[in-house]
Design a protein around this ligand. Structure first.
Ligand SMILES: Nc1nc2c(c(=O)[nH]1)N[C@H]1C(S)=C(S)[C@@H](COP(=O)(O)OP(=O)(O)OC[C@H]3O[C@@H](n4cnc5c(=O)[nH]c(N)nc54)[C@H](O)[C@@H]3O)O[C@H]1N2
Ligand SMILES: Nc1nc2c(c(=O)[nH]1)N[C@H]1C(S)=C(S)[C@@H](COP(=O)(O)OP(=O)(O)OC[C@H]3O[C@@H](n4cnc5c(=O)[nH]c(N)nc54)[C@H](O)[C@@H]3O)O[C@H]1N2
Ligand code: SF4
Ligand SMILES: [Mo]
Length: 889
């Protein structure tokens, strides 16, 4: 390679692989260096973010690299070549289908696949294997929103676009913590200065900034919006013309809502009457209103009705298809929308077509399908039940981790362990689901693969690869086509490039469409490979009538229902299926943290992202903490009728009494008994099949801990420790934090651990070269073992607060140790969590600056730099200011 080439930087534009905002990312890579030479920034040209990135997006480069990556296929735990892996899989699939029929096999996919991956997986199962058994983690996420849009608008078509948030005068966020989960969009909302109303039982970073926060009783949203419809009717705020000319069913919906007068509604929702009326008045009097909703609405046994209760209010006021208006369901995953387009859900066929005779016939002709599925397949919860009872005998899971994310997660692990063939395609070696696999297939990940994704505003963007696949990893679409070929369907899967797949997908969307189906991107069916490479972000529909794409739908007031009119849906508010009882007296709510993504397989690779919150936490309010004699950091246990979970208590003054909150992120790979989904009953919405995650009835107790152990070691010692955890006497809990050069472990014991025995066992082998150092303090013990490089640093104490700062310990994995290691053992620094990840500013620093007189977020930014990076931490800084100012007052 010529020296000039060596120095050349290569730039490419792609999209962020995390949330559904779908930000454009500009990547610079030093050619001829590996991942270390990659830097990312926001793409200024991308309409979703115009150059901005949140903290997760800006840490993308830190998540690259081969550490922990799955590099070769593994069959029954042993590495093998692709030929062996695919030969085995094809033989098992063929034999199972031959003996037990097509419905004995299934694919379980993910909104994190690219559209092209998704399209071929769906085509293979539904068109050629002949079963509808393709479902996806979007069932846990968006399926209620899909079902509700279809019922009322006739199509799974999000009416709004992001610019509408800037045109709006009022944004009502329902069951959304957008400040953390859709940060860049939230920043756009804040800049637009619409009034914000937040409806959420708990206080969040989002509600911090709201003009009005309605902390409703968990699960009572349908009552709230039925009450709103009734208020709009009673107060004559209805758009009569819209209702008469463009909708059906208004009378029935209004009649159903009539039972929800303000007094009853306020009581059901646990609100003061004046709070409720303040919201209703604001909604009634603000024409440009967007209702923006997410998992607090969807993840419910009546999620579809809750969506429709919201949509009804927009139809009644004609607030749809106009700038700054609309019921806006926000998507979670980067390609949740793409999955909906291709038909990734078991009850849809393809390209927004259903299991209707004419649609089946049409798709079958287009695909020249040899064996098209004629009825819907099983939805996620039923699918894993069918796996457990042996009806499904072979399952292929791609780009999702159901052993952590499904309700009754333990059932999923159990089902997979029983299943004769479990194939898992992932980028990393160690996930809870991968642990149940017979065959593990290495997939390429972000930065390596090419294709398209669709964001929350129907905008299709390219994801572009800029790194070669690591090891022998292959693209998901290639692996699927390989299986298709081996099953004898090769002629329908001859794609040589994602562009070939995309063209076919685009052609199907326009095939015999005639304006009947909302999803139509036929204008892109003729893209050359070069045009595909250069495709700029565009919103569907993109067809002959709208060659440049479409920002806002329903501007012509025509809907995709048979009559062309929108449908009101009468709603009977229902309570959560999981109810509190004497045995399980508390509500458990679950959701996301700012800096982690789902089961942490990628975000935990960035140390900076872990700093925001490293512990598997359970948040509770001060009253519940006092009732149960629980202090901050204490080990606690939750039990539900289904399962159990343990974590460290975080006493949060803003958490309402009787309600707990736990993040969804921790898995058995990173902590003991930490899967929050193990507690959730697998009960689902009758229309959408979406599980009820947000309201789980639990029992809380403190776990008595005698001693805490904080331990830092290189990866190889960590592996030994990991294998021994089951055998450690008195171990009540553990979690671990991946760090540069190894791991930090946090162990909690019910009896004083034998530190000496543990150290000896971990460091068995060439013991001679090791230097041992021990410091005994009253009730506490410290160990350091090295051979020039650190082998083990271990601190035990009866109170975790007496342990030294974890990151201060971790740094010794990277640094030469001082001559006098005894001094090191004496060095104790108290820990303080990082609030601003970009500028690495801790809570302690911020508190000190406030005490020294800083009075605003801006002043703190000037003094410390906090909040001046991506800005995601600003709501927390504001909250710290308020708390401190309140305590001074
Ligand atoms: N940082 C980060 N961002 C993410 C993700 C991530 O893992 N990490 N995941 C992405 C994905 S896939 C998704 S689906 C989205 C989810 O995005 P969000 O839906 O915004 O996130 P959640 O934290 O699951 O839940 C939102 C809120 O619902 C509230 N809630 C609970 N019960 C009720 C109720 O009965 N009524 C109402 N009104 N609210 C309730 C919770 O208190 C919580 O604050 O986030 C996306 N963005
Ligand atoms: N209690 C509770 N449970 C929940 C929720 C909740 O709010 N509360 N939320 C639910 C929601 S909304 C969602 S979306 C789910 C998310 O839950 P999951 O989808 O199970 O979680 P992820 O960690 O995103 O899993 C993605 C996996 O795919 C891998 N991967 C990444 N990129 C690729 C790729 O290109 N190809 C392949 N083959 N693999 C890849 C990652 O390493 C990771 O192991 O959790 C659901 N579960
Ligand atoms: S808001 Fe953050 S996580 Fe979401 S797409 Fe943009 S950069 Fe990625
Ligand atoms: Mo999601």
């Amino acid at each position: 390679m010529a020296p000039t080439e060596r120095l050349r930087a290569h730039r490419s534009c792609t999209t962020c692989p995390y949330c559904g905002v779908g930000c454009g990312v500009s990547v610079t890579r030093q050619v001829a260096t590996s991942d270390a030479g990659v830097s990312v920034e926001g793409d200024r040209q991308h309409p979703a973010n115009r150059g901005r990135l949140c903290v997760k997006g800006s840490a993308l480069a830190e998540t690259l690299g081969e550490r922990g990556r799955l590099l070769r296929p593994r069959l029954h735990g042993r590495e093998c070549d692709w030929e062996t892996a695919m030969g085995y899989m094809a033989e098992q699939f063929s034999r199972t289908i031959e003996r037990h029929g097509p419905d004995s096999v299934a694919f379980y996919l993910s909104g994190q696949l690219l559209t092209e991956d998704y399209y071929v997986a769906n085509k293979l199962m539904k068109g050629f294997i002949g079963s509808g058994n393709v479902d996806t983690n979007s069932r846990l996420c968006m399926s209620s929103a899909v079902a509700a849009y279809k019922r009322s608008l006739g199509a799974d078509a999000v009416p709004c676009c992001y610019e509408d948030l800037e045109h709006a005068d009022l944004v009502v966020l329902v069951g959304s913590n957008a400040a953390w989960t859709h940060p860049i969009l939230f920043q756009r909302m804040q800049q637009a200065q619409a009034k914000l109303v937040v409806i959420d039982p708990r206080a969040s970073a989002t509600s911090e900034t709201a003009d009005l926060h309605l902390a409703i009783t968990p699960g009572s949203d349908a009552a709230l919006f039925s009450g709103l419809l009734n208020y709009l009717v009673q107060g004559h705020h209805i758009d009569r013309q819209f209702v008469a000319e463009h909708s059906d069913g208004f009378q029935q919906a209004a009649a159903a809502a009539a039972a929800w007068g303000p007094d009853r509604t306020a009581r059901t929702c646990g609100l003061a009457l004046d709070e409720l009326l303040a919201f209703y008045q604001l909604f009634a009097s603000t024409k440009k209103t967007i209702t923006f909703y997410s998992q607090g609405i969807n993840q419910s046994t009546s999620g579809t009705d809750k969506n429709n209760a919201i949509i009804n209010c927009h139809l009644a006021t004609g607030r749809i298809g106009r700038p700054g208006c609309g019921p806006f369901s926000i998507t979670g995953q980067p390609n949740a929308m793409g999955g909906r387009e291709v038909g990734g859900l078991a009850n849809m066929l393809a390209a927004h077509m259903d299991y209707r005779a004419d649609h089946i016939d049409r798709v079958s002709r287009f695909w020249q399908a040899s064996n098209i599925a004629r009825r819907p397949g099983l939805k996620a919860v039923d699918l894993f039940r069918a796996v457990e009872c042996g009806e499904i005998k072979a399952i292929w899971i791609m780009a999702t981790n159901p052993a952590v994310s499904m309700p009754d997660a333990a059932q999923v692990s159990r089902a997979l362990r029983k299943c004769p063939l479990v194939v898992v395609s992932d980028c990393v070696t160690d996930t809870d689901t991968a642990r149940c696999a017979d065959l593990l297939l290495p997939a390429t990940g972000w930065g390596e693969k090419d294709g398209t994704v669709t964001n929350s505003e129907r905008r299709i963007s390219r994801q572009r690869g800029f790194l070669p696949p690591p090891g022998e990893a292959r693209h998901d679409w290639q692996i699927i086509c390989d299986l298709a070929n081996r099953l004898g369907h090769g002629e329908a899967f001859t794609y040589r490039h994602p562009a070939d797949i995309f063209r076919e997908h685009a052609a199907l969307s326009g095939f015999e469409n005639g304006g009947e189906r909302a999803f139509d991107i036929s204008a892109l069916a003729g893209l050359t490979r070069r045009q595909y490479e250069q495709l700029t972000p565009v919103q569907w529909p993109v067809n002959a009538a709208n060659p440049g794409g479409t920002a806002r739908l329903f501007t012509d007031r025509r809907f995709f229902t048979g009559s062309g009119r929108a449908q009101f849906i009468p709603v009977e508010p229902r309570l959560p299926r999981q109810q509190r009882s004497q045995g399980f007296p508390l509500w458990l709510n679950s959701g996301r943290l700012r800096d982690q993504w789902h089961t942490m397989t990628r975000t935990a690779r960035s140390r900076r992202l872990l700093d925001h919150s490293e512990l598997p936490e359970i948040q509770l309010g001060p009253a519940d903490a006092a009732d149960h004699a629980i202090g901050d950091g204490q080990l606690v246990e939750l039990r539900s009728a289904r399962g159990r979970m343990r974590g460290r208590a975080v006493v949060n003054p803003a958490q309402p009494a009787g309600q707990l909150f736990a993040p969804i992120h921790w898995s058995e790979s990173l902590a003991a008994d930490s899967r929050v989904s193990a507690l959730a009953e697998p009960v689902t919405d009758p229309h959408s099949g979406q599980p009820e995650f947000k309201q789980v009835a639990v029992h809380l107790r403190a776990v008595t801990v005698h001693s805490y152990l904080r331990l830092v070691c290189p990866a190889i010692i960590a592996e030994r420790l990991q294998r021994q955890l089951d055998r450690l006497a008195g171990l009540e809990h553990w979690y671990r934090v991946p760090c540069d050069g190894g791991f930090r472990y946090e162990l909690a014991f019910s009896a004083a651990p034998d530190c000496r025995a543990l150290a000896l066992e971990l460091l068995e082998g060439p013991g001679d070269a090791l230097r041992w150092q021990r410091l005994q303090l009253p009730g506490a013990e410290r160990w350091l073992v090295d051979n020039g490089e650190l082998q083990l640093l271990m601190f035990a104490a009866p109170d975790w607060r007496r342990l030294p700062d974890g990151s201060a310990l971790e740094q010794w994995l990277q640094r030469p140790l001082p001559e006098k290691t005894a001094q090191l053992l004496r060095d104790i620094a108290p820990a303080s969590p990082v609030v601003c990840s970009c500028m690495q500013v801790s809570r302690q620093q911020i508190d000190a600056a406030i005490e020294a007189g800083a009075e605003s977020v801006e002043a703190l930014g000037e003094a410390l730099g906090c909040g001046t990076g991506c800005g995601s931490c600003k709501p927390e800084i504001a909250a710290l200011l308020r708390t401190q100012q309140a305590s001074v007052a």
